[in-house]
Write a protein that binds this ligand. Structure first.
Ligand code: ADP
Length: 554
């Protein structure tokens, strides 16, 4: 009896913990979308002219991995009946030359046309020219965002042609002297996918979850996570109305009999709870770094405009922003460092569950475990990269002769363990002057990318060579590959932190490797660049002082 009681107490506590984590993760996601959208509308509003190129550049860092559940983001503009033809001509010039606006004949007064769009879930294109006036819930959210400001969440609706319930979040884009409304940025969500990722990971078989829109007269279920296990009616379901936006979403979590599985699975909740807490922390951390950088850049723009004639004050603002960014990178480094050991625990527990599994786990449990392991692997990669990013900036650089040839040979030998078919050749390489561990990081990231970004059905072909830079004591090292290549239009962005180019979705990565490379090379007073490889692939290059050079390491 006592045992039974303590088991029940344990399941109640486990249920409390689980539902709190689920509510926090869902809330963290909602907040993250709001911040992303508000930043997007401010960045687009700051453009002198909104066009396809500006929209593509600003939305480039947004992807489905960072915004799970969001399926697309678009720019929407208003038009009266008489303006449609003129608007179509204007947007054919600034966006898609084949754009056709299709006004909804039933819409009276105003139309809302999606004229630019980006899919967040893959290469699929977003239908443009659609009149959102035909979706009452969206039209009313757009009008509310225009009159009230801020980010507005629409009531849910069934997309044309049926399918999963959807909703949008919208923010008005203001610009010009008077801050007039130029249009809206709109993010579209599919309910099922919105809930699936975080809740699937945390809920497992132990709870059922329902996410409902309670903003209208009757609650409308947007998404459910069905664990497949029997509900446990001995414990009541738990419901909460999310604080943001007020009175809009209700989350209900119901316990199942799997909440306290007989003895074997106690580490799973621990690992999952710890894993999800880390997910929240990392999501918040990543969002903080990205949005702070965007915000910082915006503030520089604003400051520049205001202080046109006051160069000294502008420099002070920039210096302050640089310090702020340095602080943030330092902060990211500290947090990443502190997350390492709990994450190692999560990985350890997950490995233990897999190793102890002698057929007790169901297929579904095994699939959840595999997801947990792969998510934890991605977190580990992100943490390692955040640490390297912080280190690249903050550590004191050593200045010592470094034999590039020997270093490349060690790195190549290590890479061959996981890519035995890779064909990697090199010419003689010079001895340079710098910090060996940092230069190793540069070569490792560039050679690692060259191996990684090779189509799956081909083996990597990489050549590494060096030339002296005429009349300076620098050498130039090139790493040329025959991989998937980078579109010409994106070459200038790949060194920005968190940039991932379309086409790289199927390869693991954090978008930090090249930013680390750039920081390290620049701290050695060198340059770094990238170009297409004639005949296919990419050439990355960097310059470093040769050992004969006068000390140029700070
Ligand atoms: P990650 O590889 O972790 O995504 P990086 O900063 O190393 O981050 O690279 C940024 C982006 O640049 C990658 O996501 C990829 O799209 C592109 N990229 C980098 N190296 C290569 C390469 N050798 N070939 C093709 N694309 C590359």
């Amino acid at each position: 009896m006592a045992l039974h009681m303590s088991a029940r107490g344990w399941s109640e506590r486990a249920f409390e913990q689980k539902r709190d984590v689920i509510a926090k993760v869902v809330m963290a996601e909602l907040v993250q979308y709001g911040v992303a959208l508000a930043d997007l509308s401010a960045s687009i509003g700051a453009q002198p002219e909104v066009d396809a190129a500006a929209f593509a550049a600003i939305t480039a860092p947004m992807n489905g991995e960072r915004l799970p559940g969001a399926v697309a983001v678009g720019f929407v503009v208003p038009a009266g009946d008489a303006d449609v033809a003129g608007l179509q001509a204007r947007w054919r010039e600034s966006g898609d030359p084949e754009l056709t606006l299709s006004p909804d004949p039933a819409a009276t007064g105003e139309h809302y046309f999606a004229v630019l769009g980006k899919s967040l879930t893959g290469p699929a294109t977003v239908p443009q020219g659609v009149d959102l006036a035909s979706v009452a819930a969206v039209a009313s959210a757009l009008r509310e965002a225009r009159s009230g400001g801020g980010v507005v969440t629409s009531a849910t609706f069934e997309p044309a042609g049926g399918g999963d319930r959807s909703f949008v979040m919208a923010a008005a884009v203001r610009g010009g002297e008077a801050g007039e409304v130029r249009g809206w940025v709109v993010m579209t969500f599919l309910g099922r996918e919105f809930l699936g990722m975080p809740v699937g990971l945390i809920g497992g078989e132990q709870v059922d979850v329902e996410f409902a829109d309670v903003s209208g007269d009757r609650p409308v279920t947007v998404a459910t996570w069905q664990s497949g296990a029997r509900p446990d009616h001995r414990m009541p379901a738990w419901s909460t109305v999310m604080p943001e936006p007020p009175g809009h979403w209700r989350l209900t979590v119901r316990p199942t009999v799997r909440l306290l599985p007989a003895g074997q699975a106690w580490p799973a909740p621990v690992a999952a709870v710890a894993g999800s807490l880390i997910t929240i922390l990392l999501a918040t951390l990543t969002a903080t770094v990205v949005t702070s950088r965007d915000r910082a850049l915006r503030r520089v723009d604003e400051a520049t405009a205001e202080l046109r004639d006051d160069i000294a004050r502008r420099e002070a603002v920039e210096q302050q922003l640089r310090r702020r960014e340095e602080e943030l990178v330092g902060f990211a480094g500290v947090v990443a460092h502190d997350l390492r050991s709990p994450l190692a625990n999560v990985v350890g527990y997950a490995d233990m569950i897999r190793l102890l599994d002698d057929g007790d786990l169901s297929e579904k449990q095994r699939a959840h475990l595999a997801r947990l392991q792969s998510s934890a692997g991605r977190m580990q990669a992100l943490i390692e990269d955040l640490l390297a990013y912080a280190t690249a900036d903050n550590t004191t650089l050593r200045s010592e002769p470094v034999d590039l040839g020997a270093l490349v040979d060690v790195i190549v030998a290590e890479r061959r363990v996981t890519a035995p078919d890779a064909e990697i050749t090199r010419t003689p390489l010079p001895v340079v002057l710098g910090d060996e561990s940092q230069i190793r990081q540069v070569l490792d990231n560039l050679i690692g990318n060259a191996v990684k970004y090779t189509p799956k059905d081909r083996h990597a072909r990489i050549s590494i060579s060096a030339t002296d830079v005429t009349e300076t004591s620098f050498c130039r090292v090139e790493i040329a590959d025959r991989g998937i290549g980078i579109p010409e239009s994106r070459l200038s962005e790949v060194f920005n932190a968190f940039t991932r180019v379309e086409g790289s979705e199927n390869y693991p990565g954090t978008g930090l490797g090249l930013a680390i490379v750039q920081r390290i090379v620049e701290r050695h007073n060198g340059d770094v660049g990238v170009a297409g490889n004639p005949g296919g692939g990419t050439i990355f290059w960097f310059t470093l002082p040769t050992a004969g050079a006068r000390s140029s390491v700070p």
